[in-house]
Write a protein that binds this ligand. Structure first.
Ligand code: ADP
Ligand code: MN
Length: 524
């Protein structure tokens, strides 16, 4: 017997892409033995496990987080998660089912004046149904109250029955049932089907094979999980977010998600081509989706949001809410805030993205730019003196409108969050952190905004540009007279304090701020 041949043939329980043996000669040794090891090694369980793990990592390579080409289309789907894949397939199936239903409805009704709707039978519902808790956490489903009872086990004494009807624990049937019951001890992620609830008898051999498989599954799943968490931090597209994005494509609302335009500390922005927002049964377009969309995904990792606390922590309107919210809800709140703030701006006619839809921590809005190329940030364009001056006056106007008409302070206004669109108009973006002027630090935020804007345009050669203090007064109408920055800021803080005291005493805002009726309570 050829010792090399034996040594190089590790036992492999599963079929699969094993080594390519010469098929004709069963005794022929492979040209390059992958490795040589002793017979003891061949019999070693440890080695078998290692080999299996190796094989698995080849089958599940580290997925590149953002692939080349379109990110998500109807055809291109991320298949790294079985659960997600199953959900995607189900959605695909539902969609086809609905299409068929639609055809049948049409055929059934024909030209008849009275028509019968099949709507109640359809499976896919338009995307707007905001069942924000529609996806139950995986962990939450582990303890299923409806799970079938465990099959009864044999009593301790090891046998059951009397006389010739006696059955011992060695009985094939009893033992098989026991094995089935023991499958429950496998990791929860390990799919054992309905076997546990059924009167299924597993032979020891099958059970052991399954046990071995469950063990390696567990390890693989742990490794994949690690990777998943890592990519969450990296790209903010964890499987749940991917599924959410996929749903948007699948519902027809988006045509294709082409790729990532920006990865920031707190969000990732994708570009997408808009689809149609159709009502399946009337075929009327409910809502016009912009031809190109920007999808802002707020990162679901918390660290980055810690430094945002100050925007809401001290806000009396949040005193109750903030402590009760769980971290995921807080992140959704940022997305929600951005949506509300954009809507206010839209209503005032300020050039800003138009909200398309908000789904959890994902905000879809119109894309500022063309053919996948976002409009450049003011910081990245070289404007002529004339354009720079135009841009300045646009920004001054927008800041005043934002304050007076929207009752908002941008709070992160700079050349990074202003886009120069179509070579002529400044558009404002990134307003999730915007607050009302009466926010405990609202005026400080405004002063910071003014400083950024003033410095940018003064450095850019706009001689007409107001300095930061003049700009602050021009926007807020507060007429703070201090002629140096230190005193100016002290006055700002005194005003904020006055407002806070007033709130403490009377439970409402002070009237020193220009007010046009009760503002909608959404710009917190
Ligand atoms: P962040 O909090 O990461 O700064 P932003 O809202 O500023 O989030 O978006 C980051 C970048 O993504 C922007 O600088 C801009 O280049 C791009 N972007 C965001 N929204 C849009 C949009 N609606 N249209 C085009 N580009 C956008
Ligand atoms: Mn930004």
């Amino acid at each position: 017997m050829d010792p090399v041949g034996v040594a190089a043939a590790p036992p492999r329980a599963e079929a699969g892409p094993g080594p390519a043996w010469p098929s004709k000669c069963p005794w022929g040794a492979p040209k390059a033995a992958p490795m040589s090891c002793s017979l003891a090694d061949v019999m070693s369980e440890q080695l078998a496990k290692e080999l299996q793990l190796e094989e698995e990592s080849a089958a599940f390579p580290e997925a590149a987080a953002v692939a080349e080409g379109p990110f998500i289309t109807g055809e291109n789907i991320d298949t790294s998660s079985d659960l997600m894949l199953a959900q995607m397939l189900q959605m695909e199936f539902d969609r086809e089912y609905d299409a068929q239903l639609r055809r049948e409805e049409k055929k059934f009704n024909g030209d008849s004046k009275v028509s019968i709707s099949f709507e109640n039978y359809r499976k896919v519902h338009p995307f707007d149904s905001d069942s924000s808790e529609d996806e139950v956490d995986w962990q939450d489903t582990r303890h299923d109250p409806y799970r079938a009872d465990k099959p009864t086990t044999t009593p301790k004494k090891g046998f059951i029955g009397k006389g010739k009807d006696i059955t011992t624990k060695h009985d094939e049937v009893v033992c098989g049932r026991k094995n089935t019951a023991r499958m429950e001890n496998f990791a929860p992620e390990f799919q054992v089907g309905d076997g546990i609830g059924m009167d299924l008898k597993l032979s020891n051999q099958v059970f052991n094979a399954l046990k071995q498989h469950a063990y390696s599954e567990e390890r693989r799943s742990a490794r994949l999980h690690e990777k998943k968490e890592h990519s969450t931090a990296e790209k903010a597209v964890d499987p749940k977010t991917r599924l959410l994005l996929y749903k948007m494509v699948n519902s027809g609302m988006l045509e294709t998600i082409t790729g990532c335009i920006s990865t920031g500390k707190e969000s990732v922005v994708f570009h997408a081509y808009g689809g149609k927002y159709v009502h399946y049964f009337t075929n009327e377009e409910d809502k016009v989706i912009p031809p190109e969309c920007a999808i802002k995904v707020f990162k679901t990792t918390l660290n980055e949001f810690k430094n945002r606390d100050k925007y809401i922590k001290d806000d009396y309107r949040f005193k109750d809410r903030f402590s009760k919210l769980n971290p995921r809800k807080i992140i959704r709140m940022w997305a929600e805030k951005e949506m509300h703030n954009l809507t206010r701006m839209q209503n005032a006619g300020i050039p800003c993205p138009q909200v398309v839809i908000l789904k959890k921590h994902v905000l879809v809005m119109s894309f500022i730019g063309q053919d996948q190329a976002p409009a450049p940030k003011l910081k990245d364009v070289k404007l002529s003196g004339e354009d720079m001056k135009k841009a300045y006056y646009q920004v001054l106007n927008m800041m005043q409108q934002l304050y007076k008409e929207c009752n908002l302070v941008h709070a992160d206004l700079s050349e990074y969050n202003m886009l120069w669109h179509e070579g002529k108009v400044v558009w404002l973006i990134d307003v999730s952190q915007s607050v009302e002027p009466t926010h405990p630090h609202g005026l400080e935020f405004l002063f910071r905004d003014c400083r950024n804007v003033s410095q940018f345009f003064q450095k850019g050669g706009v001689t007409e540009a107001l300095n930061e203090r003049e700009l602050f007064n021009a926007v807020s109408n507060l007429n703070i007279t201090a002629d140096n920055e230190v005193d100016f800021q002290a006055e700002i803080e005194a005003l904020e304090k006055m407002n806070e005291d007033h709130v403490q005493k009377h439970g409402k805002k002070v009237s020193m701020f220009p007010s046009d009726g009760d503002p909608p309570n959404c710009g917190e």
